[in-house]
Design a protein around this ligand. Structure first.
Ligand code: TYD
Ligand code: MG
Length: 455
């Protein structure tokens, strides 16, 4: 019998190596290579690969289609429909990732129940929990009467067989990392298995018109195991974010073939599961503590939705040894850049000092427009001067210390005005007054510091 071919597969990015090395050449991760048996060419299990038909001739079609697209399924949660791009599309494969315990199973069980109640044939397959556990959760969520077809199974062949007879419209697989396929001689959770199983389920979606939602766990460094392979394979990828200690959760779209990728859904985790947050734009504002230094409010845009979030900074005294730099809800390399700009363009000494920066409520700032708010919070802490009450900040800080313009200025300002803010610090060129709010155009970081010092 021929020797089975094996390769060393990086568990982080899926790159294949001929021999074991400590560092993956594909993504640079350390100690992520695991020896796995190779299947048919292309890394597919033999069964899947042989299913390819190469007989019939290719038929070309025009770009226009006579038929309107079939209506989407409403998931029962308006915030989820919003992120999906107007409900769950048909015949698609979707990946929902997030930290363990963040609420993925809760979100999907709730929406599965809502869809089933609306007459959509819905199957929920768990590889992580027993049927009785899921039934218990359904009771707590108050959805135990919904006609969801439930199973606890990890064997992909058995799942596909069951799906064939159930003919569902929507399938939830919780989670893709627990599945295994006998066509593949690798451990469940390994990249080869995850890829093979996701591929077969995606194929099932395309063939039968069902929509398949795959739950994926995120590893320590924030990636779904085998992320790049899975992200290419599915039609849409969403990440569920938030801090476990806070009740708010944000579902963010990173890829969506059926809708915009910059919309977010904001949820509140309560005793009876997740519900859409009522006034999402105001959720991530801190309390109205007495004047304190080191706080600034960022007027953000998430797709078409304006959001306000408070940034807090703490600059410690000069310390011996290497200073600590810590960020929550912001990018560590952007903090390093801002500190460098402060030092070189504004003459502020920060080199030997501890710096902490945190966004309240578990929100994550991804827009470069958050720079000015972070800078204001940092400068305010360093100078021990409170930022002016009722102010919001937005603008991108360039390496030169200039404040660069950002998009969608008016909706930011209007939302801030609606929430009672009276003053905004924005890039040059912003309108001077919006809904009664006074807008100060700021062209350099130095100017921001002068304003803080002058107050
Ligand atoms: P879960 O959906 O199991 O997370 P995941 O599937 O992402 O691992 O959510 C688990 C957390 O949610 C758990 O800490 C308890 C909390 N929770 C509530 O606060 N309220 C609820 O109604 C439910 C079902 C869970
Ligand atoms: Mg779960």
């Amino acid at each position: 019998m021929a020797k089975t071919a094996t390769a060393f597969i990086c568990q982080s990015c899926g790159a294949a190596h001929g021999k074991w090395t400590g560092k993956c050449e594909g993504c640079g991760a350390w100690n992520t290579l695991v020896e796995e048996t190779l299947g048919a060419p292309g890394g597919l299990p033999a069964a899947a690969a042989s299913g390819r038909s190469r007989t019939g001739a290719v038929e070309f079609a025009p770009l226009s289609s006579a038929e309107p697209p079939p209506p989407r399924f409403s998931t029962g949660l308006a915030e989820l429909d919003r992120v999906f791009g107007g409900g769950l599309a048909r015949s698609c494969a979707v990946l929902v990732g997030g930290d363990p315990g963040i609420g993925k199973s809760t979100l999907l069980l709730q929406s599965a129940a809502a869809m089933a109640t609306a007459g959509v044939r819905t199957v929920y397959i768990s590889g992580e929990e027993a049927v009785s556990q899921i039934q218990g959760r359904a009771r707590r969520l108050g959805v135990a009467e919904a006609p969801v077809q439930l199973a606890a199974e990890t064997d992909l062949r058995a799942i596909l067989k069951a799906l064939k007879s159930a003919q569902p419209d929507v399938v939830v697989i919780d989670s893709v990392q627990t599945l295994w396929s006998d066509g593949f001689d690798a451990a469940p959770g390994s990249v080869a298995q995850v890829r093979a199983c996701a591929q077969e389920l995606t194929r099932f979606a395309k063939k039968t018109g069902a929509s398949v939602i795959l739950v994926g766990h995120v590893t320590k460094d924030g990636q779904i195991a085998g992320p790049r392979v899975l992200e290419h394979m599915v039609d849409a990828v969403f990440y569920f974010e938030g801090e476990r200690g806070h009740q708010f959760r944000v579902l963010r779209s990173v890829k969506n073939r059926f809708g915009p990728t910059d919309e977010i859904g904001v949820f509140e985790m309560g005793e009876h599961g997740l519900s859409g947050a009522r006034d999402p734009s105001a959720l991530f504002l801190g309390g109205s503590e007495a004047e304190a230094s080191g706080r600034a409010v960022f007027a953000a845009m998430e797709g078409s939705r304006p959001m306000l979030a408070e940034v807090q900074a703490l600059v410690g005294p000069e310390a011996a040894g290497s200073p600590r730099r810590s960020v929550v809800g912001w990018d560590a390399s952007r903090l390093a850049m801002l500190l460098a700009v402060f030092e070189t363009r504004c003459g502020l000494r920060l080199a030997g000092r501890d710096v902490y920066l945190s966004v309240t409520g578990g929100y994550r700032i991804q827009e470069p427009a958050g720079d000015l708010a972070a800078a204001a919070a940092l400068a305010s802490s360093l100078l021990e001067r409170a930022t002016r009450a009722g102010s919001v900040y937005f603008g991108e800080v360039a390496l030169s210390g200039a404040i660069r313009p950002v998009g969608r200025i008016e909706p930011r300002l209007r939302e801030a005005a609606r929430l009672g803010f009276t003053r905004a610090f924005a890039p040059p060129g912003a309108p001077e007054r919006v809904d009664g709010m006074v807008v100060h155009g700021i062209s350099t970081l130095k100017q921001l510091i002068d304003i803080l010092q002058g107050d």
